[in-house]
Design a protein around this ligand. Sequence first.
Ligand code: NI
Length: 162
Amino acid sequence: MAIRNLRYQGDDILKKKSKEVPEEDISSEKIQTLIDDMIETMHKYNGVGLAAVQVGVLKRIVVIDLYDDKGPIVLINPVIIKTKGEQEVEEGCLSFPNEFAKIIRPAEVVAEYTDREGKRMQVKAKELLAQAISHEVDHLNGEVFIDKIIPGTLEYVEPEEN
Ligand code: NI
């Protein structure tokens, strides 16, 4: 496994639409290594989620970890099939270090995706998981959170010294 280089604000790749991963490619070493690297990179930067485009790969792959007992989840070719309600949340992104803003996300989402074993799954999510899925699926469509924040709520938070 390896830490991959993150792509940051201003990098044109973040505006590009990612491509579906063919089902037959999921078990390949290339895709499985990419998934492992994405999880390791997300953990290294204490992220809740990461889309493949953020490490420069235009494939519809997302990893999410809420640091609860479920561990990291891997969503390949995720599609949000239903949303319900709204939540106003504080949000950041590993591609926008130290920037946080308020944004409206769906309160609940139902998403279909393929897991890393190639099995089609469905997840019903609320609160932080619904927010994370919405944020990461936006990345796959070339959308970044900063373009849909509530105006005037952007804050720059100084990083803590380690
Ligand atoms: Ni992000």
